[in-house]
Design a protein around this ligand. Sequence first.
Ligand code: COA
Length: 334
Amino acid sequence: MPSNHSLTGVSFIGCGAAAPETVVLNDALAQVVDTSDEWIASRTGIRQRHVSNDRESLAGFATEAAQQALAMAGVAAADVDMIILATSSAEDLFGTACQIQAQLGATKAVAFDLTAACSGFVFGVVTAAQFLRSGAYQNILVIGADLLSRWVDWNDRNTCVLFGDGAGAVLMQATEDADRLLGFEIRSDGTQNCCLNLAFKPELRELIPGTILTQGRYQYITMNGKEVYRFAINRVPDAIDKVIHQANLTSNDIDWLILHQANQRIMDAVAERLHIPAEKVVSNVANYGNTSAASIPIALNEAVRSGRIQSGDTIATSGFGAGLSWGAAIFKWG
Ligand code: COA
């Protein structure tokens, strides 16, 4: 049962990340498809990606990231009220979040999956904030985790060079101090749904004469790269701009810009439109590729643990991708 505290603020007090050890360099990919390190690096900034093996699992990486976030926050698993797993590559279509709840021993937490592709982490943070601000819950784990190496066609050079595997997590806590989520904007445009899909392809089966069922399987990721690129560089700066205004800030007040790590060129173009200098842009796309819902919390975790991001810093973030969907938020770390 949710408690009935009237806490109003949200704080971000722990983070963590995990990724498979196996790394595939661009040069190695050039043995699989007709590509080159030069093409991939110059078009995307990606140099390598982490890929999982048959002994590793989405729940395993997500649990590891969550444990690190709990340890940093000094919160026991037993005190977590809710686990939101943002993922598009669940190992069980009924949901993977409950496996994480069990592995963590977060016995009182309600756990569920949230599917919004590469926007999933930002959507998860905004969802968590509603439960914290209302006073219903005290501690919420928001995890972004995806193993898209399972879902790319490794014969399709248009997509396989872009994606990688990983997980990241934050612990959000209700606070009586000032609210540290300063603003958000979350959006969808289903008219462009066909630009990026991991779609179910039905196969017909006649169960009994006259009754046709559709059974089938999920297809590999398909993408219209140019359209997605155009969408990102238009929608993302607009959304962040709106949230900056909502928070009564200017772009000068932003200490760090952490965008979904899809492509270095997208990050550069968005930062330029917002007049945010390159040294404030957190990027690790070179090392991970696009890890979908995991990319923002993995980048956040690296910047916090390396000491670049300090308590009280103001962070603008934006996730964007399939749906099409996009979201932006501004929050203070700590
Ligand atoms: N290696 C070599 N050549 C490749 C290639 C690869 N991995 N992938 C595509 N090409 C080829 C294409 O076949 C095409 O060849 P053609 O002109 O003979 O048909 C050509 O490169 C396209 O090149 P270009 O127009 O320069 O590509 P681009 O600058 O549009 O870059 C993307 C392609 C995919 C990198 C870019 O569109 C992009 O990043 N889009 C956004 C994708 C994204 O981030 N998706 C996830 C969002 S969450």
